[in-house]
Design a protein around this ligand. Structure first.
Ligand SMILES: Cc1cc2nc3c(=O)[nH]c(=O)nc-3n(C[C@H](O)[C@H](O)[C@H](O)COP(=O)(O)OP(=O)(O)OC[C@H]3O[C@@H](n4cnc5c(N)ncnc54)[C@H](O)[C@@H]3O)c2cc1C
Length: 454
């Protein structure tokens, strides 16, 4: 970077928890951030699932640099209590964005990032050129912003995975869109309640979001006893010891409780579980209801609604002119991917990481937060806070602080074995505590082997 480039702001894409934490860390380091947020307020994505209660306590959801910036006019909520997404947005994220003031721009959708005057294939003076960030403002006007570095904290919320077992939309999925949702329903909302009350609903997915949806539908069935509300839980895998998460072994008790609530929904007859079902097609019966068809030809009884919670994916389209090094499976930075790969482990632990693991051949660009995990589940906000602390230190030239990341992450209580496909050893390893029995606080920069892997 030359002197004029250094004077430019660091562009932060997204005013979610991690983008705002990045801005707080940069500000604390004397670097000017410019947060570009597509929505009309902070935490647009979090607000969309505002009705869901987090499984993390407040103490795990507030970034230390952000807290410093908010002081003294801000009172931290009770650290031991669990906020909803709406609480997280209203009581912490929006106040943080307000303190950052003009450093946050709303209605600014990033549609492209490149090097000024250099497309992806041009080498000449590449590193000396500032980044050019293309945005579309709320009124539709295009604008170009120059930046010294780019931190992409745009999350994965807007790109949910489709139903198909092959990762593509199932045949007929798009045509059935009127009866399909990709979100956890807010059953306190009368319209959503009306949509699912007295109906048969298929819930597809096996993570925390699917557990939550099943628990909500069970509550609805209980409340409207006799109305016929019923869920069919569709799993690609069989049911094993790890299906319902770590339960009481989860180091985040509320996360463990989600799996137990899903199990109770099945045990109490509010949901049937259909296992080993890899959806291939969706058809309509003569009443317009949906019939799910598996790759092996199995057809399920018709349902009124389908809720798809099969994970989220990163939108990499606007980064196409940058030279990124992404893992071919997870679409996460190559050095981070082996630490979070659900093919290998399901602990939810991750070797502490920061700027080294998040760097790309294109220097000065970083994918952070939920997006840094690509398609891998188990991202925690506190992981993202450490990521941006390290990156801000690096950008400020404090390499020692950038590489001194200390972070202990709570395990899911389900360790060992593949998190994606049925493999016989998974259950045994789970019962034995697997390879991740003891979480460790480690220092970034230490060789991967010292973590014990996972
Ligand atoms: C239902 C649910 C429950 C969760 N519970 C927990 C929990 O209990 N504990 C925990 O630690 N984690 C939890 N997570 C995981 C994670 O911490 C959150 O998803 C968190 O919101 C991720 O923060 P983020 O800043 O990376 O992304 P996001 O919160 O998704 O923020 C991204 C922001 O970028 C904006 N944006 C997107 N694209 C663009 C663009 N092109 N241009 C400009 N702006 C853009 C979006 O509008 C959004 O405001 C949960 C996630 C979900 C979905």
């Amino acid at each position: 970077m030359n002197a004029s480039t250094e004077a430019l702001p660091v562009a932060v894409i997204g005013a979610g928890p991690v983008g705002l934490a990045a801005a707080a860390h940069l500000t604390g380091r004397g670097i000017t951030p410019l947060v570009l947020e597509a929505g009309t307020s902070a935490a647009t994505a979090v607000r969309e699932w505002g009705h869901v209660r987090l499984f993390s306590t407040w103490s795990e959801l507030v970034d230390p640099a952000a807290e410093k910036l908010l002081a003294p006019g801000w009172t931290a909520p009770d650290g031991g209590s669990y906020p909803s997404g709406a609480d997280w947005a209203a009581l912490y994220l929006q106040p943080l964005a307000d303190v950052l003031g003009e450093k946050v721009r709303y209605g600014a959708t990033v549609t492209g990032v490149s090097r000024l005057g250099r497309d992806r294939i041009v080498d000449a003076d590449r590193e000396q050129q500032p980044f050019t960030v293309r945005i579309v403002n709320a009124d539709g006007a295009e604008e170009r912003i120059l930046a010294s570095a780019v931190i992409d904290a745009s999350g994965t919320w807007s790109t949910p995975s489709p139903i198909g077992g092959d990762g593509l939309p199932a045949l007929g999925e798009k045509a059935a869109a009127d009866r399909i949702s990709y979100r956890i329903p807010d059953l306190k909302d009368p319209a959503a309640r009306g949509r699912y009350a007295g109906k048969r609903t298929a819930v597809i997915g096996s993570g925390a979001s699917a557990f939550t949806a099943l628990a909500y539908l069970a509550d609805l069935a209980k409340a409207d006893d006799g109305s016929g509300t019923h869920a069919t839980w569709i799993l690609r895998r069989g049911i094993s010891g790890s299906t319902f998460g770590g339960g009481s072994a989860d180091q985040l008790p509320a996360r463990g409780a989600l799996g137990l609530a899903a199990k109770a929904a099945v045990d109490n007859g509010y949901a049937d579980a259909v296992t080993g079902f890899r959806t291939d097609a969706i058809q309509r019966d003569h009443d317009g209801r949906l019939v799910l068809v598996a790759e092996d030809g199995r057809r399920l009884d018709a349902v009124d609604e389908v809720i798809v919670l099969t994970g989220l994916r990163p939108d990499l389209s606007f980064l196409d002119e940058l030279r990124l090094a992404l893992d071919e499976r997870l679409q996460a930075p190559v050095d981070l991917a082996p630490l979070i790969d659900p093919n290998q482990h399901s602990c939810g632990t991750v070797y502490p990481h920061g700027v080294n693991e998040l760097s790309h051949p294109e220097q000065g660009v970083y994918l952070v937060g939920m997006k840094s995990y690509g398609r891998a589940p188990t991202f925690l906000a506190m992981t993202g806070y450490e990521q941006v602390r390290s990156i801000a230190a690096h950008l400020a030239g404090d390499q020692e602080a950038a590489e001194r990341v200390e972070l202990t992450l709570p395990e899911t209580g389900v360790c060992g074995g593949a998190g994606l496909f049925d493999q016989p050893q998974a259950a045994e390893e789970t019962s034995g505590g697997g390879c991740c029995a003891a979480p460790a606080t480690l220092t970034i920069g230490a060789p991967a082997s010292s973590s014990g892997g996972c």
